[in-house]
Design a binder for this molecule. Structure first.
Ligand code: BGC
Length: 897
């Protein structure tokens, strides 16, 4: 055992602003800073910090100096200096003193860049559209401005957004690698703009071009294919701000002096794909020195778009994050030429081709082959997922689409001249570029594959908003799916800004009566059938998601911002139902896709009103805890009382005289226990009953979207960890590893999306990339791996390390890059029958290691003494089960009893 240091003394690193490194164009006026600390001594805490913010990287023009401030806070420390100015870059650095009195050097500097903050800051820029634009105009317009710049340029910043999607080019070069900009928000209320540093692209004679696509703004959405949901004309708003060496500034803004023409993208749609005619040369359209202006038409201002809806980019951008190469070429029995990329993913294909002008190449995208090995698109429903490229005929040309994305593993190619050469194709994986934070590995390769599938499900469905699926005619921000997956997502990747953005949209899209739409951004507002559809478990995302983010990131702002929205939902539930404390009315999705559903129904057998009342209680409880965290004690009491009364009403209705549940489904038992709705003496009976139901069903689960996320948690918590493991490690249908055994590379929507005989569950609703059941990841990290956030010190300021062993595994290794640094736990059975436990705990973190479930092993006296040598402050509880540790790396060897 040892406590390894880094040999560095104490070092501050990874200084971030609002979770991000060097964010551009922010509109927060009191951004918060976070940093990490490395130390070569165990049990290091920050005693004080000092932050400086300046206008220059030499820190001579300081705008805020916090002074050395006594505090252990190293995350979410708010800026508190003079007012931040728009269109300005600020540099930040941090130093700290630790509990041993050691002072660090200044960190390396980082910066953030503030964007336009008010209407005036846009310097008269307007939303402009091509004068030939119309609701039916499919071709992507290109809008263009030519201008000259004189004098040396110190910095040039482009602030830009659009109605529809945009790609911006300065002098023929893309201004950034971000795609699908400006992202998807509730456009009526909030529209993100982006800020790009284009200093290196500005010359004397310039042209700024913007190509526009339909995107979420006006392209068809949902299976009902609503069009022009937010507006019917694509437009751009741009401000190029140029700062000269002599301090002077000039601006170029979008206005009616811009010109417009039709580009090579003949049509584009998120569901249907893109048609691109390369005989129309994009390069010439984007080139400076346009020459003949007569080819270009005029532009007009789109009236009535208030700049008050503009917000700086809030989450990480979407971009091509990685490349996947084909693994094989397939000629299907019916003669289709198909490329297999080996991974179901969200991506578009880039290919190289040399062919005569006018040659038409068609790519279609599908997730699976059918049981005969044929290319299968039945489950895409109305989504075409088809890209068509018309060759220019000028030597080797390269194409990838601009304004679409596809969910697929297989590509059918039509029109390829000669033999199809798969080396000419590459899959460009596109999603929100989230930082990978968590890792789960163990001795079972199928489980590792499951973890891979969960992560790929997250990649494919975190495309600017959390979606249900990326392939068929939905790809919508279903609240229920996001809610069940949020904690797993927060283990795998840093999702704080991603959820922050989405929750702000949830808040503005919430119904007037407090109900919450089933998808965010809401796209059903014009649909008489679904104008108001606040379903339990889906709507509860309004409460569960901010609470989960608070637990994982310790960021009180989630709760401050969303508290009203949480209360409004709870009050909405209170206003429904046959009594104040029951929620037994209205439409609900129920235990969606539960295997105990009656024939012909998607809803599991647990009654809607049971699920709804259970979630009503749970959300009241979380709202009460939120009020406590916000220091609103009266409201905390009020909502706690509500939770108790709802739980009482729940028991009155659903617990029989014998103390059993009136609803005999697995999900019913799981919810009653996980949401703490029973009296103490009823709980174990309920858990026993759950196990009876599972046993009577041949140790197979029946749970759907609502029960599945908590099923194994409940079993492990109530003394049935073996049953949880039996379900988890099963390779038979229905189970997570059944999908793995069937060759899945992502998580499926249904337990039997693909049946053992190779047939499909159905054409109608059968996604092979649906993350809801990936919510088991939370149990893998927390129970098998043992990393648990602690409510009193959220964000892993304190962590409970409580791994649960299972005979089925020889080792488990989990790690999580927290905002304090990397936290890691590994347990490993050795051949000498000892158990190795390795821990890595970052600076400023308190860890409690709970060995209660290490049946058959104990922390021996000598091992404990060795621990004390490393860290004399280590505390072990009387039972010997709990060890309290500070930062450092620890390797323990536990002896068999
Ligand atoms: C989606 C789900 C969603 C459900 C709600 C489906 O079409 O794909 O994931 O939660 O509808 O009913």
């Amino acid at each position: 055992m040892e406590c390894e240091g880094f040999g560095l003394g104490i070092v501050v690193y990874d200084v971030r602003t609002e979770y991000r490194r060097r964010p551009m164009g922010i509109t927060q006026t009191n951004p918060r800073f976070s940093w990490k600390i490395e130390s070569d001594m165990c049990r290091t805490y920050q005693a004080s910090y000092r932050i400086q913010v300046a206008l220059d990287q030499e820190f001579t023009k300081i705008v805020w100096d916090s002074g050395m401030t006594n505090s252990d806070k190293s995350v979410h420390v708010p800026y508190n200096g003079e007012n931040l100015k728009p269109d300005t870059r600020y540099f930040v650095r941090v130093k700290v003193v630790d509990n041993y009195g050691r002072e660090s050097d200044w960190s390396e500097f980082e910066y953030f860049h503030v964007g336009p903050l008010s209407d005036e800051d846009w310097s008269g820029a307007e939303f402009i559209t091509a004068d030939f634009e119309s609701p039916d105009q499919k071709v992507s317009p290109i809008l263009r401005k030519d201008f000259e710049v004189h004098g040396a340029v110190k910095r040039a910043m482009l602030y830009i957004t659009s109605l529809g999607l945009y790609e911006a080019y300065l002098n023929g070069e893309r201004v950034s690698d971000w795609v699908l900009t400006p992202g998807w928000t509730s456009y009526h209320h909030r529209l993100q703009f982006q800020a790009f540093d284009v200093t290196g692209l500005v010359t004397d004679h310039n042209c700024l071009c913007v190509m526009l696509g339909d995107g979420w703004y006006r392209g068809p959405l949902t299976w009902k294919r609503f069009k022009n949901l937010y507006g019917d004309r694509r437009a751009v708003l741009a401000l190029l701000s140029i700062e000269h060496d002599d301090g002077s500034r000039e601006v170029v803004v979008s206005d009616e002096t811009w010109r417009a023409t039709r580009g090579p993208v003949l049509s584009s749609g998120l569901y249907d794909g893109e048609v691109y005619d390369a005989t129309i040369s994009l390069t010439s359209l984007l080139a400076p020195h346009m020459g003949d202006h007569t080819q270009w038409s005029t532009t007009t201002i789109v009236p009535g778009i208030s700049k008050s809806i503009l917000v700086g980019q809030e989450n990480e951008p979407c971009r091509v994050v990685e490349y996947v190469h084909p693994i094989r070429f397939i000629k299907t029995p019916s003669g289709d030429e198909v490329i297999d990329f080996g991974q179901n993913m969200v991506v578009w294909v880039e290919f190289r081709i040399e062919a005569p002008a006018g040659t038409k190449i068609e790519l279609e995208h599908a997730e699976v082959l059918d049981k005969n090995g044929e290319f299968y698109t039945g489950n895409l429903r109305t989504a075409q997922q088809r890209d068509i490229y018309i060759c220019s005929g000028h030597g080797e040309e390269t194409y990838s689409p601009h304004f679409t994305f596809h969910g697929f593993r297989y590509v059918r190619v039509k029109g390829w001249p000669g033999d199809l050469d798969i080396t000419k194709f590459v899959g460009c994986v596109v999603h929100t570029d989230l930082e990978r934070t968590g890792d789960f590995r163990c001795s079972d390769e199928d489980v590792n594959r499951l973890q891979h599938n969960i992560v790929w499900g997250q990649k494919g469905n975190f495309v600017d908003v959390p979606t249900d699926c990326p392939q068929r005619d939905e790809r919508l921000g279903w609240t229920g799916d996001a809610q069940v997956f949020a904690s797993t997502a927060a283990f795998n990747m840093n999702v704080a800004p991603f959820f922050q953005k989405w929750l702000r949209d949830l808040k503005v899209d919430q119904y007037v009566d407090g109900g919450v739409p089933p998808v965010i951004p809401d796209v059903f507002f014009g649909d008489p059938e679904r104008q108001h559809q606040s379903s339990s478990a889906w709507a509860d995302a309004a409460v569960i998601c901010p609470w989960t983010m608070y637990l994982y990131y310790g960021d009180l702002r989630f709760l401050e911002e969303q508290y009203d929205s949480m209360k409004r939902l709870v009050e909405y539930m209170r206003s429904q139902g046959s009594s104040e404390y029951l929620f037994d009315t209205g439409f609900h999705f129920g235990d969606w896709l539960g295997l105990d559903s009656p024939p012909g129904s998607y809803k599991g057998a647990t009654p809607d009103e049971y699920v709804a009342t259970a979630f009503y209680a749970f959300s009241s409880n979380l709202t009460s805890r939120t009020a406590t965290a916000l220091g609103r004690d009266d409201e905390a009491r009020e909502y706690y009382e509500l939770y108790q009364r709802v739980s009482q009403a729940f028991r009155d209705r659903y617990v029989t005289q014998e103390g059993r549940l009136a609803v005999q489904t697995q999900t019913a038992h799981v919810l009653a226990l996980h949401f703490d709705l029973l009296l103490p003496h009823q709980r174990q009976t309920c858990a026993n009953e759950l196990v009876r139901l599972i046993r009577e069903n041949g140790y197979k689960l029946t749970t759907g979207f609502v029960g599945t996320p908590y099923l194994c948690h409940v079993l492990s918590n109530y003394g049935f960890h073996d049953v949880a493991c039996r379900l988890f490690f099963s390779r038979e249908f229905p189970s997570w590893l059944y999908e793995v055994a069937m060759g899945a590379t992502t998580i499926w929507e249904h337990w039997d999306s693909l049946k053992p005989d190779g047939t499909f569950w159905s054409d109608d609703m059968n996604s092979f990339n649906h993350y809801a059941y990936g919510s088991i990841g939370d149990w893998m990290y927390r129970v098998l791996g043992g990393i648990n956030p602690v409510e009193e010190k959220p964000g892993f300021r304190k962590v409970l390390l409580r791994p649960r062993l299972t005979d089925r595994l020889g080792f488990v290794h989990v790690s999580l890059m927290t905002q304090y640094g990397e936290l890691a736990v590994e347990w490993r059975r050795h051949s000498d029958r000892t158990l190795g436990v390795s821990l890595s705990i970052p600076v400023n973190v308190d860890a409690e290691l709970d060995l209660k479930h290490f049946d058959g092993y104990q922390l021996g006296r000598t091992e404990y003494e060795k621990l004390l040598v490393v860290d004399p402050h280590v505390k072990v509880s009387e039972s010997g089960h709990k060890v309290c540790l500070g930062s450092g790396k620890y390797h323990l060897v536990l002896q068999p009893i």
